[in-house]
Design a protein around this ligand. Sequence first.
Ligand code: GAP
Length: 503
Amino acid sequence: MNDVDLMTKIVSLCKRRGFIFQSSEIYGGLKSCYDYGPLGVELKKNIAAEWWRSMVYEREDIVGLDASIMMQSDVWKASGHLAGFNDPLVDCLNCKERFRADKAPKQEPGTEVEFLTGGKSSGKKISGVVASCGYVCPSCGSSNLSPERQFNLMFRTSYGAIDPLNSFVDKISEENLSKEELRSELERCVQSSAVYLRPETAQAMFVQFLNVQQTTAMKVPFGIAQIGKSFRNEIITEHFVFRSCEFEQMEMEFFCEPGTQAEWLDYWRQARVDWYRKFANEPDNFKLRRHESDELAHYSDDCYDIEYLYPWGWDELEGVASRTDYDLTKHAQASGAKLSYFDPQKPDPKTGKNGWRYVPYVIEPAAGLTRAVLCYLLDAYCEEKGVDAKGLEKTRVFLKLNPKLSPIKAAVLPLVKKDGQPEKARSIVKKLQSEGLNVRYDESQSIGKRYAKHDEIGTPFCITVDKESLDDDTVTVRNRDTCKQDRVAIDEAIAMVIKAVRS
Ligand code: GAP
């Protein structure tokens, strides 16, 4: 299977089986916005629940937060997002493609390049020379490009019941303004009520540092974890849910003593890559890559990406950054709040006396939840060649998801829809549901088709109830990965499912 095929198959399976749909599809869709269907929402929730379990429930040093998506605009001013959360935007003057300069194909300045007018296959072949920018259009290869301009990725909206455009209309009807004056007047009116959809969940954890620390009496080192939606007006959206404008993040800010950040970065980068590998069939498809010094964000003194081997190559899944004391310092300066920590036991390095007040340093593992959904779907997709009952060649498709991540943990199937089999099957469903598991009763279609459906959606076990089940309380348990069927007592079947999901 080639790489393009795999992505096409995943996208098709996601729609066909109800994992991920195009947003507003019946109206033609909204580009790069996605809805998680009945199975997708379960897969996403299961990944999030495992993350929360490993970050919060299984540790004494991390607590959770669920902050609002909209925050005071001053937050984004202080964090640097208003001035600097930009991508370099370029328009191709030949084919009209809009693209990110930093992602465009590189070409030596001065190189002669050939491309088709309008970027269309029926266009005339013309040539151009690569300018000092050193790249060409990713779509048509043209060197005929607009200058780069900075595009802020934050979505801006207006807060409150006053339409900011009203005061603008008043102003322009009174005065004869130039184009520049109009622009700055419009900006002033809009800015007065502007709020932004957060582009990362991280900032709330810095802004609420004091409240969380004081209410929980957490001692440094400690962390704050959060899962939630983030929004970026991406210039390029690509590879299905890999890069979209609305997505979910799982971020944790770990506050530590200055000077210990390198040690904690080592700890967290390893812990995080191990976490992904634990649920994967191909653990080697997750790796760590250290940032080159010229890649580091201005607030970071070291950073690793956890990368996954996607069909298009290695690419980012999570960043684990050492963010220094940048964020707390900036928010303290801008808000006047004392975002620091006092350790009465530690000697102050300046005085040598016990009692040290310092601004904690931060290690931040920042994961994309919706990106992780894609990784685990890619990791799980399997095709197996075989023959059917008539001896014809067939391909079995199954999602070899870790049972902890599987949307449905077990399907309970009566062989026939009569003779007390549905009632028996439903009683097994009830027992599994009482354990808090998402299981399904399924009596539609032939048993073979039901197995095929549950293979394709990653259900690890199919429990079949037949005539014998009514006599001796046994069932057949079919394993998704091996197709092996075992005859076991109902209680044993239930224990099997619980063990696979919980251990
Ligand atoms: N607080 C740091 C931060 O947000 P980031 O590298 O910009 O760092 C963290 O984002 C993770 O969020 C990325 O590794 C990626 O998994 C996910 N992410 C970022 N932009 C995304 C987008 N447009 N669509 C889907 N996931 C995205």
